[in-house]
Ligand binder design. Structure first.
Ligand code: HEM
Length: 115
C-alpha cells in the first residue's frame, strides 16, 4: 500500500506542476485562456488528494490526515477546478480565469507545506 500511496503523491505533484506550469506557460506566451492541461491537472489534484486522504484515513499507511487542513485544501481545489472549467470555455472569464487558477493553486501549495 505504501507504493500505491507514494505513487499517488507523485501524481499529486505532477498535477501541481501541470497547473502551475500550464498557467506560467500561458502567461509567458501572453495568452489568457485556460489550457486543457490546466483543467485536467485541476481534476487530477482533487482525485489524487481524495485518494490520499482515503488511504491515510483507512490506516493502511502510517500517515495521520489533518482533516481541517484537508477540508481547506479541498475547498480551494474545487474552486480551482470550477474556475478552470469555466475559463476553459472560449469567451468565458477570459482574462481573470488564468491568474485566479494559478493564484489559488499556489495558495494550496502554501497550505500543503506551511500548515
Ligand atoms: C490545487 C490543488 C492542490 C495542490 C496544488 C496541492 C499541493 C500539494 C503539495 C505540494 C503537496 C506536498 C506537500 C509536502 O509534501 O509537504 C500535497 C500533499 C498532500 N495533499 Fe495536496 N494539493 C492540492 C489539492 C489537494 C486536495 C483536494 C486534497 C484532499 C482532498 C489534498 C490532499 C493532500 C494530502 C493528503 C497530501 C499529503 C501527502 C503526503 O505527503 O502524505 N491535496 N498537496
Amino acid at each position: 500500500m505504501n507504493v500505491l500511496y507514494s505513487t499517488l503523491v507523485v501524481l499529486h505533484l505532477v498535477g501541481m506542476a501541470g497547473i502551475l506550469g500550464g498557467v506560467a506557460g500561458e502567461l509567458i506566451a501572453k495568452r489568457t485562456g485556460v489550457p486543457t492541461l490546466v483543467l485536467h491537472s485541476s481534476g487530477l489534484q482533487v482525485l489524487t488528494g481524495a485518494a490520499l486522504v482515503g488511504i491515510a484515513s483507512s490506516g493502511l499507511v502510517a500517515v495521520e490526515p489533518n482533516n481541517v487542513k484537508v477540508a481547506v485544501k479541498l475547498v480551494i481545489a474545487l474552486a480551482v477546478l470550477v474556475v478552470a472549467f469555466e475559463a476553459h470555455k472560449p469567451g468565458k472569464l477570459p482574462k481573470a480565469g488564468l491568474p485566479v487558477v494559478g493564484g489559488l493553486a499556489l495558495l494550496n501549495v502554501g497550505v500543503a507545506v506551511y500548515w
